[in-house]
Design a protein around this ligand. Sequence first.
Ligand code: ADP
Ligand code: MG
Length: 253
Amino acid sequence: MTRYNTITSAPPAVAAARATDVVKSFGSGATAVVALDHVDVALWRGEFTAIMGPSGSGKSTLMHCLAGLDTVTSGTVAIGDVELRGLSDKKMTALRRDRIGFVFQSFNLVPTLTALENITLPMAIAGRRPDREWVTTVIDTLGLRDRLGHRPSELSGGQQQRVAIGRALAGRPDIVFGDEPTGNLDSRSSAEVLRILRESVDPLGQTVVIVTHDPKAASYADRVLFLADGRIVDELRSPTADTVLDTMKGLES
Ligand code: ADP
Ligand code: MG
């Protein structure tokens, strides 16, 4: 007779995005710059990951390659179980639109549209019907219920970035990428934006990856990856601003 044991351990982690042996160089010959030097990394589903490292260490390049905004020189990148190499432009565009959310340092909202229209714009373009219940949950998390009819110029920087996060989350992507999403914000607005990113992961179940310079911002993450000279050189789990700062100091010395 077969016996079935009760499995009490956590389910295996699933990669929302993965880079395998990725090299990215710019230019060629003697002037070539190796921005990513054989990077292997998995970004786990349902986690908030922060990427840190000195200026020029390859943070933006890694994020752009993982998000399919740039191609790799060698190695492979996958979003979920879809390998990006060899996808047609059309499939790549659809994958970015349907499965990836972006938050930029400079908000990048459409000035003539209201906050709500900005949030639902990608779905309107894709011809997808918004999941109303989800969009309402997102809007409540953003704390923007009474600002939905405002245009970007009528909102503070922090509010504009919250709209941009709403736009990234509205389609329920597999993964949300942010390159220095708090880089243009004062400390109070930064904290608000980071709280929202944190809540989008837990309890809402999204997967978020940000690049940041700020140890305080990184401390909101579950995991911090440290890059130096195009390589992942260290990693912290359950970071605090102090442990992040100490690790950064170790990289610079
Ligand atoms: P970070 O975001 O950590 O500051 P980047 O990923 O922007 O670093 O850059 C990593 C390295 O790649 C740097 O040496 C940078 O000068 C170089 N680099 C980035 N983008 C380009 C590009 N488009 N052309 C040439 N070199 C680039
Ligand atoms: Mg950068």
